[in-house]
Design a protein around this ligand. Structure first.
Ligand code: HEM
Length: 408
C-alpha cells in the first residue's frame, strides 16, 4: 500500500452529512478513489469499494468469497479485542449468507420456490390484512408513540413469524437476541451467548416440526431429509433475522425520510401510483444494509487496482447507490425517479432472497400509514431522533410520532 496518507483508518461511520447521507469521508473516497485501501482498527490492511460499477462488478464475482461476510456472528475487524483473522473461519451450518457456491447454491435452492414473485403475490392480501390490523392498534393509542415499537417492527415480525411458523409470542426473546448481532460494540462472548440462545430455541422448534410438520415454511424444510437439524436451525435463524430487522428499519427510517421531505410526501399522498417507484427510491436513497464484507480468494483486478489474494474487502452499498456516475442528482430523494438498478438488495448470487416480500411489506406499510394518518409528524425535533450508527443495519432506534391536529 503506497499512498498511506489517503488511506482511511477504520471505516468512517459518523453521519456527519445528515441522517440519510453517507459519511462525508465515504463520499470523498468514492469521488477520488472508488476502490481504496483501508486500514482496519487492528492494523490489518484491506480495501473499501464505494463506486456503483465497482460494487456491482465485485458482487457479481464469486472469487470474492462471502465467507468473510461474517457480520452476523464475528465482525472480525470491528469487534474490540478480536484477534486478526488470516483466513475465513468455517461458516455456521445453514447460514448460507456466509457461504460460497456450491454450498451456498445447495441451501439457497431449497428456498427459492418459497420466495418466488408468484408465491409472494399470493401473500399480498394477507400482508395487507396484517398491516391494517396493526394500524388499527396504532390508531387506538394516544400519541406521541414510538412508530418503531408500535408499527415498523411488529408488521414484518408478524409476517415472517407466520410465514416460517415461529410463535409470535416468543418475539421478545428472539428480537432481543437478534439485536445483539447487529450491535457493533458488543463483545464476542455476548454475541456468541445470544447466538447460542437463539440456536437452542430454534433447534427445539425445528425438531418439533420434523416430528410433526405443520403448514409453514420451516415445516416444509424440516420434511427434507437432506437437511440436518443444524442446517435447519441456521436457515431458520437467517430467515427470522433477515426477515424482520431489515424491513422494520426501512419502514421506520423511510417514514422519517418522507417526513423530512414534505414535498415528496405530498406527491406520494396525491398519487398512489407513485408508490412502487417510491419504495425503490427509498431503498436506494437509504440503503440500510450498507456495509458487507468479502474476501479475495485470488488476485483480482477491480477498478484499475489489483486486490491481493487474502484481502478483506468492505463494500459500501450506500455510497454505490449515491454514485453520480449512475444516478443523476443522487443525494436528492425523488419519489418520481426511476431507481431501477439500485443495489440495496445486493447483487449476484447472494442477492436478497426476501426482496419481493420486503417490497410488498413496504408498499402495504407506507401506503397504510400515509392514508390512515394524514397528519402524521415527528413528535420531537429531527435532530433528536436516535440514529442506529451503532448497528450494522442502519435505521432509527425510536421514531416518536404524533398525528393529532396541530390546531387542537
Ligand atoms: C440477503 C438486504 C429483507 C432474507 C440480503 C442482502 C442484502 C439484503 C443487501 C445481500 C447480502 C450479501 O450479499 O452479503 C435486505 C433489505 C431488506 C431485506 C434492504 C428490506 C428492506 C429481507 C427479508 C427477508 C430477507 C424480508 C426474508 C426472509 C434474506 C436472505 C439473504 C438476504 C435469506 C441471503 C441470501 C443469500 O445469501 O443467498 N438481503 N433484505 N431479506 N436476505 Fe435480505
Amino acid at each position: 500500500m503506497s499512498d498511506t496518507a489517503a488511506v482511511p483508518q477504520g471505516l468512517p461511520m459518523a453521519r456527519d452529512a445528515g441522517p440519510f447521507d453517507p459519511p462525508r469521508a465515504i463520499t470523498r473516497l468514492r469521488e477520488t478513489r472508488p476502490v481504496s485501501p483501508l486500514l482496519f482498527p487492528d492494523g490489518h490492511e484491506g480495501w473499501l469499494v464505494t463506486g456503483y460499477e465497482e460494487v456491482r462488478q465485485l458482487l457479481a464475482d464469486t472469487r470474492f468469497s462471502s465467507r468473510q461476510d461474517l457480520g452476523i456472528i464475528h465482525l472480525p475487524y470491528e469487534t474490540p479485542g478480536m484477534p486478526t483473522q488470516t483466513e475465513p473461519s468455517p461458516p455456521e451450518p445453514g447460514l448460507f449468507l456466509s457461504m460460497d457456491p456450491p454450498d451456498h447454491t445447495r441451501l439457497r435452492r431449497k428456498l427459492t420456490g418459497a420466495f418466488t414473485v408468484k408465491r409472494m403475490k399470493q401473500l399480498e392480501e394477507h400482508i395487507d390484512e396484517i398491516t391494517e390490523r396493526q394500524l388499527d392498534e396504532l390508531a387506538k393509542l394516544t400519541p406521541p408513540v414510538d412508530l418503531v415499537k408500535e408499527f415498523a417492527l411488529p408488521v414484518p415480525s408478524l409476517v415472517i413469524c407466520e410465514l416460517l411458523g415461529v410463535p409470535y409470542a416468543d418475539r421478545d426473546s428472539f428480537q432481543r437476541h437478534t439485536t445483539k448481532f447487529l450491535e457493533r460494540e458488543v463483545t464476542l462472548e455476548d454475541k456468541m451467548a445470544a447466538y447460542e440462545a437463539m440456536t437452542s430455541y430454534l433447534a427445539g422448534l425445528v425438531t418439533g416440526k420434523r416430528a410433526e410438520p405443520g403448514d409453514d415454511l420451516l415445516s416444509d424444510l424440516a420434511r427434507d431429509d437432506d437437511l440436518s437439524v443444524e442446517e435447519l436451525v441456521g436457515m431458520a435463524f437467517l430467515l427470522l433475522f433477515a426477515g424482520h430487522e431489515t424491513t422494520a428499519n426501512m419502514l421506520a427510517l423511510g417514514t422519517f425520510a418522507l417526513l423530512e421531505h414534505p414535498e415528496q410526501l405530498a406527491a406520494l399522498r396525491a398519487d398512489a401510483e407513485l408508490l412502487p417507484g417510491a419504495v425503490e427510491e427509498l431503498l436506494r436513497y437509504l440503503s440500510i444494509a450498507d456495509i458487507f464484507f468479502r474476501y479475495a480468494t485470488e488476485d483480482i483486478e477491480l477498478g484499475g487496482v489489483t486486490i491481493g489474494a487474502g484481502s478483506t474487502v468492505v463494500v459500501s452499498v450506500l455510497a454505490a447507490n449515491r454514485d453520480p456516475r449512475r444516478f443523476e442528482d443522487p443525494d436528492t430523494l425523488d419519489v418520481r425517479r426511476n431507481a431501477r438498478g439500485q443495489q440495496a438488495f445486493g447483487h449476484g448470487v447472494h442477492q436478497c432472497l426476501g426482496q419481493q416480500l420486503a417490497r410488498i411489506e413496504m408498499r402495504a406499510g407506507f401506503s397504510g400509514l400515509l392514508n390512515r394518518f394524514p397528519a402524521l409528524r415527528l413528535a420531537i425535533p429531527a435532530s433528536e431522533v436516535k440514529l442506529k450508527t451503532d448497528m450494522t443495519i442502519y435505521g432509527v432506534h425510536e421514531l416518536p410520532v404524533t398525528w393529532t391536529d396541530v390546531a387542537r
